[in-house]
Design a protein around this ligand. Sequence first.
Ligand SMILES: Cc1cc2nc3c(=O)[nH]c(=O)nc-3n(C[C@H](O)[C@H](O)[C@H](O)COP(=O)(O)OP(=O)(O)OC[C@H]3O[C@@H](n4cnc5c(N)ncnc54)[C@H](O)[C@@H]3O)c2cc1C
Length: 590
Amino acid sequence: MLLHAPEARLVTLLRGYYRSPLCLSSRNGERAYGTARVLATSPSGLRRHQPGHPPSKRSLTTTSGQPPSNIAILGGGITGLVIAAVTAKLHPNSKITLYESSDRLGGWVHSSVVESSDGPVVFELGPRSLRPTTLNGYHALSLAQQVGLEQEMVFTSHESAAGSNRFIYYPDKLVRLPSPADGVPSVLWAMLTNPLFEGLLLAVFRELTVPCRPRGMVDESIGGFLRRRLSGAKGLVDNLASAGMHGIYAGDVNQLSVRSLVTRWWEAEGKYGSVTAGMMKSKPNKYGQNGTTGLHESGEQMVGKVLGQKARASSIYSFTGGMQALPDAVASTIRRSKNVDIRMATGVSGIRLAKDGQSIQIKTTNNEPPRPYDHVISTLPAHRLAPLVPIPSLALIPYTTVMVVNLYYTNPNLIPQPGFGYLIPQSVPFKQNPELALGVVFDSHGTPGVDNAPGTKLTIMIGGHYWDGRKDDEFPTPEEGRIMAERVLARHLKITEKPDRVLATLHKNCIPQYTVGHHDRLQNVDAGIKREFGGRLSVGGSWVDGVGVNDCVLSGAFAALTLGKGRTGLELALESRDKVKAMLPDGFLL
Ligand SMILES: Cc1cc2nc3c(=O)[nH]c(=O)nc-3n(C[C@H](O)[C@H](O)[C@H](O)COP(=O)(O)OP(=O)(O)OC[C@H]3O[C@@H](n4cnc5c(N)ncnc54)[C@H](O)[C@@H]3O)c2cc1C
């Protein structure tokens, strides 16, 4: 059979890799691999490649010795696609059905190509870039490589303006954040002189003597935690921390959970009585004796030396044509497998355990008779899954709404200071930000290679937690969004030119909020899934263990690799890394 182009590349890559000294030597010790390795390897191969070939205690099948033969995956966003691709490979004899309610795959990963006066321009409606060299980042990078996207990757180097210049708007101008690339003396100097960091260095040392949280405190907001432990750092919460939370979650620093989102701080305080002490003591062990060097070595084993080194030199990456390339390429891989049926425009409207407990019945909006499945993996957002199952805690996971406004100008010289973009913290006075904007991304600097448009491309995110509680008719229309975005740019960046193209899109309930108590809510959901579905339902996606695409890739991989073993998928967030690692095949990078 002729190999499709990406598969041919994949085989060549693997061949080269398995012949390399790196691979041969690593067979003597534990070798890391990831999601994508599964795509390229048979289940038996997965076991055979373990160091010393020990008999695996953790089989890839159910306790009955058989993998589920009939599997449903709900949702065709990046998480659902990863699950479908990995499951199709691991269980070639199982029948897999993927249900997607809309007429496209990718979920929030959505690039739109718009015709401008300069030709086609890629507008990102959702994510615009990925970090390549975090732990989860290596899994996504490896996935992208294995689905044939290595040549399409567009890297932004640490040395570039976008790689080293990130700003915060404070109080009425752009303030550059120090970058590790500046070197230690410059970073220290910035921390001593930049008003954003006022009192921070001293507060970090004093933190060693701040009493531990009261017994019985089970969670706290990030804002509350920082105020309690770093009280000397004036404005830290309302400036730096709130800006950071706007950038990732469009969320409120005073509501988001420190336990769920900055778990290492929370655990360090619990274990060592101080975050500073905890960081000093625990860091070297996180990825083995070599600290983060160990992570990068493992990452390089996953993706190979060439890509690994390119990734390490970069702060972010995207793809030619935009982020949509990733779900598209994973979907192409799935379509080539014989055992996956993708059902587009087919929303799931009911999920019920059959009376005999031997299957889950899936009802769809197409009014067909319910279909039985041995196992169902849901990647639906929590608020979409909530009305379909009797697990009340799901409905308690809040989501924010964001308006994304993409603008393209033919003038290439509009951005006053080159960089990735800027975030707008809560401390900015209302008159400086009446539109309630969260941040502005300089796309033409951040991800310049995704298209050939020579002008200036910007994206503005508006709303988020500021809009909590609004009714449907209280959100701005796309036209109002355009006007708001242009006003923000005129006030903050003095850009008064008319854009050549604008696309304003309201994303209702797009980002899950891990607010205080999220961990407990997940525990209740975990118990509910076990109670109501007896090991036949599991979940993955952005409300589980991180909202980023990289996190979703790992969540999807975990759901697929533990399929049929009675896991809910929430173990990723609820159990320790060591326990989660023990649930996965040997050598999986975690
Ligand atoms: C504006 C924005 C910017 C972002 N920026 C970044 C970024 O720069 N970097 C980054 O890493 N991450 C970013 N993210 C986060 C990231 O894009 C998402 O968390 C991730 O794409 C979620 O993927 P998912 O598959 O879990 O969920 P989704 O993308 O929500 O996919 C779920 C799928 O289920 C379908 N569905 C819903 N209900 C049903 C039903 N009843 N039956 C069948 N199907 C159904 C939906 O149509 C959808 O396709 C951003 C998100 C947004 C919204």
